[in-house]
Design a protein around this ligand. Structure first.
Ligand code: FES
Length: 180
């Protein structure tokens, strides 16, 4: 069942968290935990990738380049902004499906199961057990009828891959949202 639109209060809360994650990475987000806790204690064999579209806020919340970890814990999705465009990475390792963690200091995602690494765009690193990049979720703009605001919706039920057919490939227009 689709999640209800965010209330203004919950949206503001999410927005504040999103900005803080980028501007003050040591204080919030999952990166701190991932760096300090033994990976074995963070291991999650089964991904909890969200099964329905969800709202992540307005375009303005993602103008600052960086990896936004706000929706990782709840939805297994990371948002990555270049400042001009946005992608939504599924935090699901492409080796055997464990949940990957963002390591802010290394600017990389790491899988706790067999240590595969991916760069900030989700591309698997040489030597990793994971042989393909992280999948990307569909993104689109929707109107919130309660606030008449234009918001970004992530759809983790529509995934795009580096080697998928045209309608499921990274290059598909729905796999990236232009922020300008
Ligand atoms: S499940 Fe991620 S490296 Fe094996």
């Amino acid at each position: 069942m689709p999640e209800p639109p965010m209330t203004r209060r919950s949206f503001n809360h999410a927005l504040t968290g999103a900005v803080l994650t980028v501007s003050l990475p040591p204080l919030v987000g999952c990166d701190n935990d991932a760096d300090s806790a033994p990976h074995s204690t963070r291991k999650r064999a089964k991904s909890r990738l969200a099964t329905a579209p969800f709202i992540v806020g307005p375009i303005e919340a993602y103008r600052q380049p960086g990896v936004y970890t706000d929706f990782w814990a709840e939805s297994d999705v990371y948002l990555v902004s270049t400042g001009r465009s946005l992608i939504a990475l599924a935090a699901v390792c492409t080796h055997l499906g464990c949940t990957v963690h963002w390591l802010n200091e290394q600017q990389a995602f790491q899988c706790p199961c067999h240590e595969s690494r991916f760069d900030a765009n989700g591309v698997n690193q040489p030597g990793a057990k994971a042989k393909t990049p992280l999948q990307r979720c569909a993104l689109r703009l929707v109107n919130d009828p309660q606030t008449d605001q234009t918001l970004i919706e992530v759809d983790p039920t529509r995934l795009f891959t580096a080697d998928g057919p045209p309608q499921r490939h990274f290059d598909h227009a729905d796999a990236r949202l232009e922020l300008v």
